[in-house]
Design a protein around this ligand. Structure first.
Ligand SMILES: Cc1cc2nc3c(=O)[nH]c(=O)nc-3n(C[C@H](O)[C@H](O)[C@H](O)COP(=O)(O)OP(=O)(O)OC[C@H]3O[C@@H](n4cnc5c(N)ncnc54)[C@H](O)[C@@H]3O)c2cc1C
Length: 448
């Protein structure tokens, strides 16, 4: 039986980052995934990378009218889905090759097949038994299916199948108004697809700032997206020309559309792992239980990324991978105390970090809210979209920055400055004394 110091299960962002760090540190490491094509996980194959590549085309189209006004002779003649798919596939292949190359350089062994635990020190992959001293589980998440919307891959699809669509539908109902639902609403609406966005909560992006959500709702309505909040789909009738949805909110409403995209979230994936054989516990929602140092009930087995109950982002998985590896190598027990940015690539984009205004008020904290609008930001105007604002939550007593939310141009880039400020416990005054180059969208921070 082959023996490794560390076995990493799952080659998504969490798993491959952990394996790379271990390999670089000279630890004898095996990385397992279901197949070579799965390297990169959800993020590369059916998540961040294809979604952002699709959204970049949407962003280009949205900017076209402004740049036409600037004299650029550009005509947008629809979208060739074959070419977008082909470009996305080649991008994914290029990134995957880079990851494979880095893994090889760092001396990590890889094996393909579904890993299952035989006991707390052994796994089996494709009929082969493998022993380990330590293990990192990074098996990610899967699409959450809802009984009222049975996925059939043709009329009712999930985010997995969007990237296989051969042509744009005339109309689409997107069920779920979280980050994934809102990003796809942005994409389809940019290409004149009739979009209905159906959310259960009272606001789009229920976990984000209320004012940001209201601004996004306004922007979506301007793009002719039919936004339905505080509503739930009761019934779906599929026939040859599309899907009829019965939607219940304050009143009942029926709509028809060519395609339904179910974007009701994701659930942790641990299928086929046989966690019980290893004595690893899961909570009632299926997340693997870990302590602050990312150890499961079996202290030599760690879990990271989407399969544990921390924010489901690729950057969370990367950060947790580095912490788990540090703890394995050093024997220390450091916890993830970092501020996690939340980034959503809608048009306009939004990003947040730290405390939200509502959370501060609910906790009875004395805070000051600082707000600045992109209307006064010259670079946003030059970029052709000066909508939106930045908002900062500051401790009323000390002036220390506690949180920030931004909606508008390059929000997903600007947020990092606020992440650093919060991590370093900077005061509002200290942050604003920093010189921001002109003209940049980041200058919005100095107006706060
Ligand atoms: C449409 C969409 C857009 C997204 N956009 C963003 C974004 O813009 N930014 C962002 O930060 N995040 C985004 N995400 C979320 C991001 O993709 C995930 O948070 C991230 O991929 C989680 O990484 P992970 O390593 O935990 O798991 P995953 O990426 O899910 O990887 C898990 C891997 O484990 C393998 N595996 C599972 N079980 C086994 C087993 N038993 N044996 C062997 N291998 C196994 C799987 O094949 C897979 O390769 C998006 C997700 C979606 C769906």
């Amino acid at each position: 039986m082959k023996q490794y110091e560390v076995v990493v299960i799952g080659a998504g962002p969490g798993g491959y980052e952990a394996a790379l760090e271990l390999g670089k540190a000279g630890v004898k490491t095996l990385l397992v995934d279901r197949s070579k094509e799965h390297i990169g996980g959800t993020c590369l194959n059916e998540g961040c990378i294809p979604a952002k590549n699709y959204l970049e085309s949407a962003s280009f189209v949205s900017k076209a009218s402004y740049f036409k006004a600037c004299g650029v002779a550009v005509e947008i003649g629809g979208l060739d889905m074959d070419r977008l798919q082909a470009r996305t596939t080649s991008l994914k292949n290029e990134i995957r090759s880079g990851v494979v190359w880095m893994l090889e350089q760092s001396g990590v062994a890889s094996l393909f097949g579904t890993a299952r635990f035989l006991d707390a020190k052994t796994i089996e992959v494709a009929g082969e038994k493998i022993g380990f001293d330590k293990c990192i589980i990074a098996t990610g998440s899967q699409v959450r299916e809802v009984p009222v919307l049975p996925l059939d891959g043709t009329h009712i699809i999930s985010s997995r199948e969007v990237f296989k669509l051969e042509r744009l539908p005339a109309s689409i109902a997107i069920v779920g108004a979280g980050p994934i639902g809102c990003e796809f609403a942005t994409f389809f609406s940019a290409f004149d697809v009739e979009v209905t966005l159906i959310g259960r909560s009272a606001q789009l992006l229920p976990n984000e700032d209320e004012d940001v959500s209201k601004a996004l709702t306004r922007a979506f309505k301007k793009r002719s997206i039919n936004v339905m909040t505080s509503t739930a789909v009761q019934k779906a009738d599929v026939n040859e020309d599309g899907v009829g949805l019965l939607i219940e909110g304050e009143t009942q409403e029926s709509i028809r559309c060519e395609l339904v995209l179910c974007a009701t979230g994701r659930t942790p994936y641990t299928g086929g792992l046989h966690l019980k054989n290893a004595g690893v516990e899961q909570n009632e929602k299926g997340f693997i239980e870990v302590n602050a140092s990312l150890q499961t009930l079996q202290k030599h087995i760690y879990a990271i990324g989407d399969c544990i109950a921390t924010p489901a982002f690729a950057h969370t998985a990367y950060a947790e991978a580095r912490i788990a590896v540090h703890n394995i190598i050093s024997g220390e027990k450091i916890a993830n105390i970092h501020i996690t940015p939340s980034t959503i690539f809608t048009l306009p984009a939004m990003a947040s970090c730290g405390l939200k205004e509502k959370e501060a008020k609910e906790a009875g904290r004395a805070v000051e809210i600082k707000k600045a609008f992109f209307k006064v930001n010259t670079k946003a105007k030059i970029l052709g979209d000066d909508s939106g604002f930045a908002k900062m939550i500051v401790c009323a007593e000390s002036g220390v920055i506690l949180g920030a939310s931004i909606i508008g141009a390059e929000a997903t880039e600007i947020i990092h400055e606020l992440v650093l400020a919060i991590e370093q416990k900077l005061t509002e005054g200290e942050l604003k004394r920093m010189i921001h180059a002109h003209p940049t969208v980041s200058e919005i921070v100095s107006y706060l």
